[in-house]
Ligand binder design. Structure first.
Ligand code: TA6
Length: 307
């Protein structure tokens, strides 16, 4: 991407309301980024992957964690933020050479609309049209489909991921908003709302287990909680992050802990103490079939509350 592309994006989509509310610039790795500032919050989003990198509601610390060792390169997913896993979650079910968590997080999305809402929030809509993908991705996903991703930035963060099937057959997708939440300290953090639910434990051959009480993390955790459509709350004893979701039956909870984090190489020193992924997903037993011509919406809302 060049500075000319940035000028064109700003001409088409920048928002000015007194001061600059939404603008594009060239970020690290020559990847365009969008800065949003309104009276309720600020945010940063990369055009690669439509990847939200930061959301800071007024008066709060960043709710989203981004690794100090994150690298920004064309075609590479960023460690932190909100990667979009689509059209599959985790490993591809039949071809291990395909990238984990799909390709949506590593390709450039199109911006289709920006709006300064009367509520004071800022809305931006991205699109990913499978018919316009490079050949290597079309080989992985030949089905005609359009994904729209609408983010509303304010005191709350709202995200909607809508997949429309433009082919003449059913399509089946797995997906997740793979959010890295910024927490004060993993030792003080509890996750509520999944008590009594079954999960598939990736660290133990995907064995099915039952959650007893709130989730406490003191070693590697990599779990897909099934049949979990209800609200989840992360409490780090400084604040609570409330996660409401619609059109998501699975919830993934992940922290690699120290040894795995060290091998990953981009999680930062002690990064695992400051991050926790709680992902609103349709994964494993809960992939979604979309009939020809139909759409499916995954909608997720984050809000902060005092402890
Ligand atoms: O969502 C949890 C998970 O699937 C873990 O198994 C872990 O590997 C993580 O995602 C990160 O995946 P990535 O492909 O971004 O390295």
């Amino acid at each position: 991407m060049s500075n000319d592309n940035i000028t064109q994006l700003n001409q088409a989509f920048a928002l000015q309301q007194g001061s600059q509310q939404l603008q594009f610039s060239l970020g690290p790795g020559d990847i365009p980024v969008i800065d949003i500032v309104n009276s309720q919050a600020s945010a940063k989003i990369s055009l690669q992957g439509a990847h939200l990198l930061s959301w800071i509601p007024e008066g709060e610390a960043d709710v989203i964690w981004l690794s100090s060792d994150a690298s920004f390169a064309v075609g590479k997913s960023v460690r932190g933020g909100i990667p979009i896993c689509w059209p599959w979650f985790g490993a591809h079910e039949s071809d291990s050479s395909f990238p984990a968590h799909g390709f949506a997080r590593t390709v450039l999305w199109q911006v289709s609309d920006t709006q300064a809402l009367a509520s004071g929030e800022t809305q931006i809509t991205f699109q990913l049209d499978s018919r316009e993908l490079a050949d290597k991705y079309r080989a992985m996903w030949p089905q005609a489909s359009l994904v729209e991703y609408r983010l509303t930035i304010g005191k709350q963060l709202s995200m909607e991921l809508i997949t429309t099937n433009h082919s003449d057959q059913d399509i089946r997708i797995g997906q997740a908003l793979h959010t890295y939440f910024h927490i004060a300290d993993i030792a003080d953090t509890r996750v509520h709302g999944l008590e009594g639910k079954d999960y598939l434990d990736k660290t133990d051959g995907f064995k099915r287990k039952a959650q007893k009480g709130a989730i406490v993390i003191n070693s590697e955790v990599d779990r897909v909680y099934v049949e979990t459509a209800d609200e989840v709350v992360i409490d780090d004893q400084r604040r609570q992050i409330h996660i409401q979701k619609y059109g998501s039956e699975s919830t993934v909870v992940w922290n690699p802990w120290q040894a795995v984090a060290e091998k990953m190489g981009d999680l930062g020193k002690e990064g695992y103490r400051k991050m926790l992924c709680v992902e609103s997903a349709n994964a494993v037993e809960d992939t979604v079939t979309i009939a020809a011509g139909d759409s499916f919406s995954l909608r997720v809302l984050y809000q902060i509350a005092p402890v």
